[in-house]
Design a protein around this ligand. Structure first.
Ligand code: SF4
Length: 306
């Protein structure tokens, strides 16, 4: 496999993912996030020396012949994929060869303030945008953006995008200890997210060693912060070895909990006792609840929320 296409890798949140790196030679990003796993680099506004559309498409075609059952073809980069200068043409080509796979982009969201980018992104099946902070001070500290990028413009861009995009929109928040792990930040994010109504919110913390010296927050703290957000489906990234006391819930407690917020299969696996899982399954059988997949993650939801 060449440097442009990698994988497939198993993504817990999206399934079998075939990755496309649109900046295979160096990190080229309009952010230099404090938690980035790539070496720090000065933010830029375009990808220099990008691979040609033809080269990317040929590499993807070759991989699709070799690997079956790819859930998502993922546009990513050693940096920010929306800075790829031929994105529109590439998406058209990929949409024509993807067959049953979905096209996914992992973007930091900064270019959603551009109408042109929004028009391009709307042709993608799943758009995942980062939004770590709602205030400029926090944004500057955590994402260390290219000069002139304002979080308000980005938020407005995401609002505008939601108006024209009815496929699956996922917002990702990465939480860093001492920066965006404050109630006020999450309360500000809640106001915005309630308005935007993403299909899913992914919340995680620092996992692999990042470029700079930053600390993760505990899973219980992530859960508390998630509790501040709206009632939208939230997918928490639990650490592999994380476990907590399994609890017994009554039928009413389960319905109440899921009414407040849909519970992912991971949430249930982490905190429900065997008895509670049986009650939950019974509620599905009795049609009080149903299982809904949102961009590859399964949630229990109240039946009338379908
Ligand atoms: S947006 Fe992604 S690639 Fe760019 S600096 Fe942040 S973490 Fe790294």
């Amino acid at each position: 496999m060449n440097k442009i296409v990698f994988g497939p890798i198993t993504s817990r949140r999206f399934g079998q993912s075939l990755g496309i790196d649109l900046s295979p030679d160096a990190k080229q990003c309009n952010f230099d996030c404090i938690y980035c796993e790539l070496k720090g680099a000065k933010p830029v506004d375009t990808i220099q020396n990008p691979p040609s559309v033809q080269k990317v498409v040929d590499a993807v075609k070759e991989a699709l012949l070799k690997y079956k059952d790819i859930d998502v073809i993922t546009l990513t980069a050693n940096g920010e994929p929306t800075l790829y200068p031929h994105l529109q043409e590439l998406i058209q080509e990929l949409n024509s060869i993807k067959k049953d796979s979905k096209l996914l982009i992992l973007s930091n969201g900064a270019t959603s303030s551009s109408k042109q980018t929004r028009e391009i992104l709307k042709e993608i099946d799943i758009v995942k945008l980062s939004l770590d902070c709602a205030t400029q001070r926090c944004f500057n500290k955590i994402d260390r953006p290219l000069k002139g990028l304002h979080v308000e413009d980005i938020v407005q861009g995401i609002r505008e995008f939601r108006k024209i995009y009815s496929k699956e929109l996922v917002i990702e928040i990465l939480v860093v200890a001492g920066i965006n792990d404050k109630e006020e930040e999450f309360e500000a994010l809640r106001t915005i997210l309630k308005e935007i109504q993403p299909d899913r919110i992914d919340i995680s913390t620092v996992d692999r060693p990042p470029a700079y010296d930053v600390k993760s927050v505990s899973i219980p703290r992530l859960k508390e912060l998630a509790g501040i957000l709206s009632s939208l489906p939230i997918s928490l990234a639990y650490k592999r070895d994380y476990s907590e006391e399994k609890r017994d819930f009554t039928k009413e407690e389960i319905l109440n909990m899921i009414d407040k917020r849909p519970q992912s299969f991971d949430d249930v696996h982490i905190s429900f006792s065997t008895k509670s899982i049986q009650i939950l399954e019974q509620l599905v059988e009795e049609n009080f609840l149903h299982v809904k997949s949102v961009a590859g993650v399964n949630f229990y939801k109240l039946k009338d929320r379908a």
